[in-house]
Design a binder for this molecule. Structure first.
Ligand code: MFK
Length: 556
């Protein structure tokens, strides 16, 4: 019998996750952990089973059926089996609700995002509409629009599958994804009700029962500040669209199970969320929540990749022993693990802050910190997930390049993380916007000092020194860049953002490592801290703008 390679296998994705389990043991009260752990184990099991099932069947994709047999326009979206299963599952586990319920107060967000992290890779990107639903619920609460709060929140935050709705976010148009100032959708007030006319170019989860859309009230000025935010329920209770046609589903590189559509609004009825202007400011809470989901999804991708590589390395024999015993392979995997572990602690720190801010338990400095760290976490983890997914394909070799191994899909799907909800440069610019609003780095550096003061283990001392040295270099660079022309600061914005994300993550990882050494007698987080510090934190450029301008315009 010829040799057949055993495929990688996943066990319960909660029970097998040292990083998540150690983190929740540190952060959550014991009684809360006892109460939520059965749900985490359940989803961990679902994630492992879904992986096995997905490999054993043809990959499904949603389908748009535009016409019925009699020539009627129906625009019916046929979903994949996993999407149909996801709806009741997401409701029952409270994947949106858990983040808003008062039972666990400021820890509610940690609970919710631990669930989302476990669910993501088994969800076929059903986490995309969950993210948007969470964002829409948050934005409606912030709007204070009581009618819409009473109308939509009981559905968006329901744990009852019969009542649960998902919501979409309709911003992007052909004229701009990052820059919404050119929005062409017009809102007209007709017989006392607003109607929207225009085309939305990227409508993910087009089957959502509710949506928030940006549109320009007829006669309003040009530019983004004149845009208004509207709430819609795109379909009637019998499923027919309310003056909307679905032109086509997008043919995407990845996230192919997620129905992302182009649509035309032909007088779709809508309701103003707030004032008939400042719509971008009103939709900003959606962006910050979905960017957090983006970072958690990117983490979930990394974790899935590493779990597959680790299992495969024990099964694959090369040169007389398992891959897992080859020093160079161990080094490769250790590098991935260290980066993931640092990213994990940054993202879940953002999640903790979100919970505190939402409960009114955060002071001004913590609110500033959340505003600063959200784009940093999104930016860094989006890019890192692609790097780790690429390394995963390579680690699994030829089979990792074959579609039916399931591994290439991880890489194609990962590529959405740096794009969805604002590309990396948009995050860097948003960070600079937030930095300006927060009056500088003070809240971040001061929080970092507090975190570092909790690290005393001698083996972590060089890592602490590395954080401190990075902080000095960044503060100097920022001071010089801020006093010069604005373009210099902007040109360095991406590396500044990466550097700050990595520096802060190193401090957080060191703090967790200190705790794990003492409370769990586990030296692995300390090893991850040292390894991550070895990878380096900063790549700031001294001649950034001048060299960039010369190289970017490199024409003969
Ligand atoms: C998962 C599967 C996905 C499937 C495929 C997807 C492919 C891609 C599909 C997409 O299209 S995803 C893209 C979604 N779009 C975005 O994420 C938008 C990206 N662009 C931005 O985020 C820009 O920064 C932004 C549109 C917000 C810029 O708008 P403006 O109007 O030029 O910015 P401006 O004037 O600086 O800000 C307006 C107000 O909003 C200001 O407040 P004030 O009016 O009080 O001064 C800002 O402070 C506020 N603001 C902006 N961003 C904020 C914010 N406030 C809080 N948090 C933020 N993040």
């Amino acid at each position: 019998m010829a040799f057949v390679q055993a495929a990688p296998v996943l066990n319960n994705q909660y029970l097998d996750d040292r990083v998540l389990r150690s983190y929740v043991r540190r952060i959550l009260p014991r009684t809360m952990l006892g109460a939520i752990e059965p749900g985490l184990i359940d989803l961990g099991d679902y994630a492992a089973t879904a992986w096995t099932l997905a490999r054993s069947r043809e990959r499904g994709e949603p389908r748009l059926v535009q016409w019925d047999a009699w020539g009627g326009r129906i625009d019916r979206i046929e979903l994949t089996p996993a999407w149909i299963a996801a709806q009741p599952l997401a409701a029952r586990h409270g994947l949106v609700a858990a983040g808003h319920e008062p039972a666990f107060a400021a820890h509610a967000r940690v609970h919710q995002f631990a669930l989302a992290y476990l669910f993501h890779c088994a969800s076929e990107f059903y986490t995309c509409p969950l993210a948007m639903s969470d964002g829409v619920a948050t934005a409606l609460k912030a709007s204070g629009n009581q009618r819409l709060i009473e109308r939509a929140l009981p559905h968006l935050l329901s744990r009852d599958p019969e009542q649960f709705w998902i919501a979409g976010q309709w911003m992007t148009e052909n004229s701009g994804g990052s820059d919404v100032a050119g929005t062409e959708t017009v809102a007209r007030e007709e017989k006392g009700r607003w109607r929207l006319y225009g085309r939305k170019w990227f409508v993910s989860a087009v089957n959502a029962q509710a949506a928030l859309a940006l549109a320009r009230p007829a006669g309003a000025a040009a530019g983004s500040d004149a845009l208004a935010l509207f709430y819609l329920e795109p379909r009637k209770p019998d499923g027919r669209w309310r003056n909307i046609v679905v032109d086509r589903l997008k043919d995407k590189l990845g996230t192919r199970e997620l129905p992302t559509a182009e649509i035309h609004l032909n007088g779709a009825p809508a309701e103003l969320v707030g004032e008939a202007k400042h719509g971008v400011r009103q939709i900003a809470p959606v962006l910050n929540i979905t960017r957090t989901w983006n970072a958690v999804g990117a983490l979930a991708t990394m974790r899935r990749c590493i779990a597959l590589v680790r299992d495969y390395a024990n099964r694959r024999i090369a040169f007389g022993r398992p891959l897992a015993e080859h020093p160079l392979f161990q080094d490769t995997l250790a590098g991935m693990q260290a980066e993931f572990e640092a990213a994990f602690h940054l993202v879940f720190f953002v999640v903790e802050l979100l919970g505190r801010v939402q409960c009114g338990q955060a002071d001004d400095a913590q609110q500033n910190l959340l505003r600063l760290l959200t784009p940093l976490a999104k930016l860094w983890t989006g890019k890192l997930a692609v790097t780790i997914a690429s390394e995963t394909c390579e680690s699994i070799g030829g089979m990792g390049y074959l579609e039916d191994s399931g591994v290439p899909q991880l890489l194609r799907d990962a590529q959405v993380w740096p794009i969805w909800e604002g590309a990396s440069n948009v995050q860097a610019l948003d960070f600079l916007r937030a930095l300006h609003g927060a009056g500088g780095l003070q809240s971040l550096l001061s929080a970092q000092r507090t975190i570092l003061s909790q690290v005393q283990a001698p083996e972590l001392e060089p890592c602490v020194r590395s954080v401190r040295a990075s902080a000095t270099i960044i503060a100097d660079w920022l001071q010089k860049a801020s006093t010069g022309e604005r373009d210099r600061l902007e040109a360095g914005g991406r590396e500044l953002a990466f550097g700050l994300a990595r520096m802060f993550a190193l401090a957080l990882l060191a703090r967790h490592a200190e705790w794990a050494l003492r409370a769990e007698n586990d030296p692995r987080p300390a090893a991850a801290t040292r390894r991550f510090a070895d990878h380096g934190v900063l790549r700031l450029k001294s001649n950034g703008l001048h060299d960039a301008q010369m190289l970017a315009g490199d024409n003969y």
